[in-house]
Structures are given as C-alpha cells and as structure tokens.
Design a protein around this ligand. Structure first.
Ligand SMILES: Cc1cc2nc3c(=O)[nH]c(=O)nc-3n(C[C@H](O)[C@H](O)[C@H](O)COP(=O)(O)OP(=O)(O)OC[C@H]3O[C@@H](n4cnc5c(N)ncnc54)[C@H](O)[C@@H]3O)c2cc1C
Ligand code: SF4
Length: 479
C-alpha cells in the first residue's frame, strides 16, 4: 500500500471564479439559441453521407466513431450520440472547441474533398457534449470498488487528466501533482479563453476532484518533492509535464524591455481572465493595449498571441514569419480568423535584430525567399540581400516554439532516458519508460503537439497500468 505524500491537497472547487457567470451564460444560451443550435447540429450531422470510408475517423487521433454519432444527432438521439462520442474521448467538448479540425477529421471529410464544404464535426461534438452537461448525462466518477494501488501523475494537463479519469474510474488511488495553482496545463494558461472557455476546463477538474482524484497544486516536482519520493509513495508514476522551455532568438537587442515570451504573455492574459492580479499586466509589460505589436513565429501559439493582442486593444498587430502562408505550421483556419480580426501577416520575413536602447522600438526585418527543399522536403528560407527594413514596435512577442526541460538532470534521475531532442523515451504503445512502472505521455514525449494526442496517450498509458494491475491481481489469486 502506498504512503501518503506530505504535501497539502488543494481543493479546486473554489477555483471557479467564472462559474456563476458561466451558469448564467449557459442559461441565456439555452433560452435564446437552444432550438436554433439543435436544428443547426442536426442539419450539419445530416450532411454526413455515411460514406463507408470514414477518413474522418481514421484521421482523428482518438478514432472517434464520428459517422455513428453524426447519424444519431441527425435523428435527434442526442443522448445516444453523446454516449458513443464519450466512449473514445475523455474531453469531447474540449476537442470539439480546439482541435485543428482542418488538419484532422474535417480536413478528411469526403464531402470536403468533393468541394462541398466539410460537415462541421468539431462543432457537433462540442454541441452534443455541452448538451450532455446541461441535461445531466455526464456520468460522475464512481468506481465500483476501491483498490489499494496508487498512481502519482506529474502534470495536470490533458495527458495527465485523461489518465487520471480512467485510472480513478477503475478504483485506483490517483494523486495529480502540478506546479501551477490551477489544474488544466496549457488548456488553462496557454490556450486563450476566446478559444476555450476556462469554466469548461474547471468543470472537468471539479468532476475529477469530486470523483476522488487528489490534486497537489503549487508543487514543483524536483523542488517541493523529489521524483524518488514520488516513486516511494506510489506504485506507479506517470510523467505528463509538457514542454515549457521557450526557444529564444539569438539576435542583437533581444534582451530589451518590451520583448517578451509568448508563454508569459498568454499566461498573464489567462490569469486576468480568472480575475487574478498580475503585476506585469498592470505595469503594461504584458499588456498590448495601445501598442504596436509584432509577433514573431508562424505556429498556433503565434496565432493565439496576435488574436489576444487584438482583443487587448493593440493599435496594430503584425505577425512576422520567415516562410510563406502555404508553409506555415499553424492552422490555416486560425490564420483566416486572425486576418478577419485585423492582424497583418508579413510573410517571408525574419528578425535580424531589434532597434531602440533599453526599450524596444522596432524589429530589424530581413526579407526571405524560399530556396531548395531541405532533408525533410520543406523549402528552406534564404535571405534576400539588401531588402532589410525596420518594423516599428512597442511590444514584441517571441512565439518560436517550445522544447522540453532537461528532466533527468532537474529531477536527478539519470535512468530516465531521453531522445536527442530531450523528449522522454517511452514505449509507443504502453508509454512505459525505461524505468519500470514509470510512464510518460503527451508533449514531454511527442514534443509540442496537440491536446487530442495528449488525451490519447493518457488513456493508453492508463490502460497499460490497469493491465499490469489486473495481471498482478490474477497472479496473486492464482498463488
Ligand atoms: C499557446 C498554445 C496554444 C495551443 N493551442 C492549441 C489548440 O488550439 N489545440 C490543441 O489541440 N493544442 C493546442 N496547443 C497544444 C496543447 O496545449 C498541448 O499539446 C497539450 O496541452 C499538451 O498536453 P500535456 O498534458 O502533455 O502538457 P501540458 O498541457 O503542458 O501540461 C503539463 C502540466 O505539467 C505541469 N508541470 C510541468 N513540470 C512540472 C513539474 N516539474 N512539477 C509539477 N508539474 C509540472 C505544468 O504546470 C502543466 O500544468 C497549444 C499550445 C500552446 C502553447
Ligand atoms: S477529437 Fe478532434 S479530431 Fe477527433 S473528431 Fe473530435 S474534433 Fe475531430
């Protein structure tokens, strides 16, 4: 039987400042849009041709049974649709909101391929699960039996929480440790509230806590508790820490005031959404209001920064990316959203340095063209000599991607093997690392990825742990 950790458990129920507003909002929504939304969902679901070659399903990382729940929705059998949808997805209402569907299910819908516009699968998934919450169809976590085995989960992002849900439903004792003060990982402090409302995540956190999952928040593993202590106190450890080391820009002037990291900027904005006081926001350091903003990068994080800056009241928002539109890593849908909101994209442009002294005044931009493809087949950007210019800026946000922290050193666990990119090595089916009974999932294994992949990993790792628990229980019974 596992020992109890000495750290304080934090109740997350009180951490729902938006709850009342959210309840009210939902009521208003139901009253005004209820029938309209239902009709729209049925109409969209009815567009599914039940083609028999469900590319949508095979391109969903969770292999959601999309054609079946679309058919049930079209027939108005929403509760059954919800049952089918939640069978393969722990957080369908979250995926429905923030999966880049144009690269996954919807991008592979045969109706889309035939030029008639995709069935809006994500919106239907969101609608049926939101309805399930309103109607009380979402089942609380009530294990049929309590078991003695315990699992420590390091990281309360989607990977850790999906595993926690599955393990706790099977009756295991689950404790989630996180260095933040709220559970949810990047779903809470990375992804902006206009894409994923925070009460949607906090509702899931509360469901887990009510179901017996313990949360130890404000706990930085490696500082407040060691990895070895967790191993002593629990039968299994699951690492789901994500990737947080921001890539930097080795350019002259990069240390000036007014040049900030995307994660700091987005975290501050999300905290403000929770009603927290954030000194760097109050001082203007992490606030775009009234500023000329330049965001550097072409991924989804950059898109979130530009769209947040628009909402904060920036006077202008430009996004610099060194390749062209067709070669950017971010979702095309997000680019379109950003453009519609007034963001200007400056393609084929790379920062060379920054003007101003202690405080940034502009970005020195080098114009690029696309040259020959590199080893991965992607065209490499090349500098166009003599085409440099300065883009004026009061706030520059670096959104150049994330790398893993060096966990073996930080946690003093040399046996935890990592790849040459620093991601943790784990079996791709069971997610077990080289250390027995230690598992790893999500971004810390894949590198910066998606919520839906973290959910898939978390579910699979939980299943592998449960297989082990059941196998050893069978062995004991046979002795
Ligand atoms: C700005 C931004 C926008 C994004 N938008 C989207 C989107 O629209 N759609 C999408 O699908 N994906 C999006 N992603 C990617 C997605 O958020 C991640 O792929 C996903 O959250 C990874 O889940 P995870 O569980 O592996 O890690 P995370 O969500 O990063 O959670 C890891 C948790 O571990 C905790 N932790 C880390 N180290 C320690 C430690 N030593 N001790 C204790 N706790 C620790 C962290 O505090 C964090 O809570 C976005 C990412 C960013 C940065
Ligand atoms: S989980 Fe994501 S990819 Fe899968 S059906 Fe839902 S929105 Fe599409």
């Amino acid at each position: 039987m596992a020992k109890q950790p000495m750290l304080k458990f934090v109740s997350i129920e009180k951490e729902m400042p938006e709850k009342r507003d959210a309840d009210q909002r939902r009521e208003d929504f139901k009253e005004i849009y209820g029938e309209y939304a239902m009709n729209k969902a049925r109409q969209q679901a009815g567009r599914c041709s039940q083609c028999g070659v469900p590319y949508c399903q095979s391109h969903c990382p969770l292999h959601n049974n999309i054609p079946d729940w679309l058919k049930l929705t079209a027939e108005g059998r929403l509760q059954e649709a919800y049952e089918v949808s939640q069978a393969t997805n722990t957080f369908p209402e979250i995926c429905g909101r923030i999966c880049p569907q144009d690269r996954l299910c919807e991008g592979n819908c045969v109706i889309e391929q035939s030029g008639h516009g995709t069935v809006t699968i994500g919106s239907v998934e969101k609608y049926i699960t939101d309805t399930a919450w309103e109607e009380g169809w979402v089942k609380p976590i009530k294990p049929a039996e309590e078991r003695a085995e315990s699992v420590a989960i390091i990281g309360a992002g989607p990977g850790g929480l999906a595993a926690a849900d599955r393990l706790r439903r099977a009756g295991l004792q689950v404790t989630v440790y996180d260095r933040y003060d709220r559970a949810g990982g990047l779903m809470v402090y990375g992804i902006p509230g206009f894409k994923l409302e925070k009460d949607v995540v906090m509702r899931r956190n509360a469901q887990l806590e009510e179901g017996g999952v313990k949360f130890v928040l404000n706990c930085n593993v490696g500082e407040d508790i060691t990895f070895d202590e967790l191993r002593e106190q629990h039968d299994f450890v699951l690492i789901a820490t994500g990737v947080y080391k921001s890539r930097d820009l080795p350019a002259p002037g990069v240390g000036a005031k007014g040049i900030v990291r995307a994660i700091d900027y987005l975290t501050a904005s999300n905290r403000i959404g929770f009603g927290d006081t954030v000194a760097e926001f109050e001082s203007g350091e992490l606030n775009a209001e009234g500023k000329r903003v330049v965001v550097i990068g072409g991924g989804d994080t950059a898109m979130d920064c530009v769209r947040t800056a628009i909402r904060q009241g920036a006077t202008s928002v430009k996004c610099l990316y060194r390749r062209d539109r067709a070669n950017m890593p971010g979702s095309q849908r997000e680019v379109q959203n950003a453009e519609e909101e007034g963001v200007e994209f400056v393609w084929l442009s790379a920062p060379k340095g920054f003007t101003g002294g202690d405080t940034v005044e502009g970005v020195m931009v080098q114009k690029m063209r696309l040259g020959a493809p590199d080893a991965t087949g992607r065209q490499s950007p090349e500098v166009i000599e003599g085409a440099d210019y300065v883009e004026d800026a009061d706030l520059v946000i670096k959104a150049l991607g994330f790398e893993p922290e060096d966990l073996p050193s930080l946690w003093n666990v040399p046996g935890l093997e990592v790849t040459r990119w620093g991601t943790v090595k784990a079996d791709f089916r069971t997610h077990e690392t080289q250390i027995e009974n230690v598992y790893a999932v999500g971004d810390i294994v894949r590198g910066a990825s998606l919520v839906v992949w973290a959910i898939r990993d978390g579910r699979e790792a939980a299943d592998a742990i449960l297989d082990k628990v059941m196998a050893s229980a069978t062995d004991v019974a046979a002795e």
